[in-house]
Design a protein around this ligand. Structure first.
Ligand SMILES: NC(=O)c1ccc[n+]([C@@H]2O[C@H](COP(=O)([O-])OP(=O)(O)OC[C@H]3O[C@@H](n4cnc5c(N)ncnc54)[C@H](O)[C@@H]3O)[C@@H](O)[C@H]2O)c1
Length: 362
């Protein structure tokens, strides 16, 4: 169940009471089977609100793990598994993930593997997690600098999405999520594509955000429901990600990580440049590339890499999970609302397009 609205306090506490069938005198938050996982930031910024909703959570049932990518590794998973075990979490226990995409990814992964799987709910607190990471059932951690290499396909049974949390998000994190909003707008075309050409709404404008969140959740859910395990259509959600993930992994490798959304935004630009020659609708693809470049240049700082870095980037591109045998398979946009998956591209064409980007970015 995905809920998107403003009164999360009522919705969340009612769902929890109904899950645990509570007698009214017992605060639902103190039930021994509920575990709250947050990051250091969401512990400081979001937990007290949730704590008030559920009438108090015992300290032992709250775990704060590092913020961001630092949490997406096996060491942190072991901390989470041990915390659950030390507090007698059982098969019927519930893990509630409160945080951004990284927290939802690692929390979902641990829930889906602890005791071969316990139920988990997501309360996404970043824009990216609201429109993307918390929805769709992909859980995961990184393997070294290879992003999301270990994971499961397991759906959160409840997801509570509200623009309420956006007000404390740093502008860079709003931008990071906006890249996925742009990706969804390319998939949808029409009004959604027109909307992302407009300025990003102020975080106080809850009505504007509700409408944006709703169409994002709708397109993501529609594609996920059609192809949960990414055998086909779901690969469309990887638009911009073959190159975006490579940029992200490479920057992590260099010790200067760039935000996921920034990498995806430039991945979308570079991949639409690549799509022009392969497209049956060359003029439309060219126009999409130009409009997209204008949006991305206006909002996102450029990513700098040189010709010397292209071999390393190609290694990450070749490791992309969408590839089959030695073939590079991309999802490409030909026009807003017209995108295809499993498009074979030659490594030479990718190298050429990365070289062109170096030339233009300098
Ligand atoms: N599973 C999926 O389908 C999927 C899809 C897209 C991305 N992802 C993953 O999501 C991750 C990126 O997610 P993200 O962009 O949310 O970054 P993030 O999870 O790293 O969060 C960014 C920062 O914002 C902080 N934060 C969270 N909520 C906040 C709030 N309300 N106010 C202030 N600060 C807050 C976090 O603690 C962190 O420091 C990547 O690891 C990516 O691989 C997963």
């Amino acid at each position: 169940m995905i809920w998107c609205g403003l009164d999360i306090a009522t919705e969340f506490s009612e769902a929890l009471s109904s899950r645990f069938d509570t007698v009214s005198e017992t605060p639902v938050g103190s039930k021994p089977d509920i575990f709250f996982l947050c990051s250091e930031s969401t512990h400081a910024l979001c937990l007290s609100f949730i704590d008030d909703c559920v009438g108090g959570i015992p300290e032992s049932h709250i775990l704060a793990i590092p913020d961001g990518e630092d949490a997406k590794n096996l060491t942190v998973c072991e901390t989470i598994y041990s915390w659950l075990q030390n507090n007698q979490a059982q098969r019927h226990s519930l893990l509630i993930n409160i945080g951004g995409g990284a927290l939802c990814d690692v929390g979902g992964f641990c829930a889906s593997t602890y005791l071969r799987g316990i139920e988990f709910w997501n309360i996404p607190t970043t824009l990216l997690a609201m429109v993307d990471a918390s929805v769709g059932g992909k859980t995961g951690i990184n393997l070294g600098h290879y992003k999301n290499y270990i994971g499961t396909f397991t759906q959160a049974t409840h997801i509570f999405i509200t623009p309420h949390w956006l007000k404390t998000l740093p502008p860079a994190e709003i931008l990071s999520g906006w890249a996925e909003v742009i990706k969804h707008a390319i998939l949808l075309g029409g009004k959604a594509w027109a909307q992302v050409q407009q300025p990003i709404p102020n975080t106080n404008d809850h009505q504007a955000w509700l409408s944006i969140l709703e169409w994002n959740i709708k397109i993501k859910s529609r594609i996920v429901n059609a192809d949960f395990e990414e055998k086909g259509e779901r690969k469309l959600l990887n638009l911009g990600h073959s190159i975006g993930h490579a940029l992200e992994s490479w920057s992590l490798d260099q010790g200067t990580p760039i935000p996921h959304g920034n990498a995806v935004a430039w991945g979308l630009v570079i991949e639409t440049a690549l799509a022009i020659d392969l497209s049956p609708l060359k003029e439309d693809t060219k126009s999409l590339h130009e409009q997209l470049s204008a949006i991305v240049k206006r909002l996102f700082i450029p990513i700098h890499f040189t010709q010397d870095n292209i071999a390393a980037l190609m290694n990450f591109i070749k490791a992309d999970k969408k590839n089959q045998q030695n073939n590079l398979l991309f999802s490409l946009a030909y026009a807003p609302g017209n995108c295809q998956f499993n498009i074979a591209v030659s490594p030479e064409d990718v190298i050429q397009i990365l070289n062109d980007y170096v030339g233009q970015a300098d």
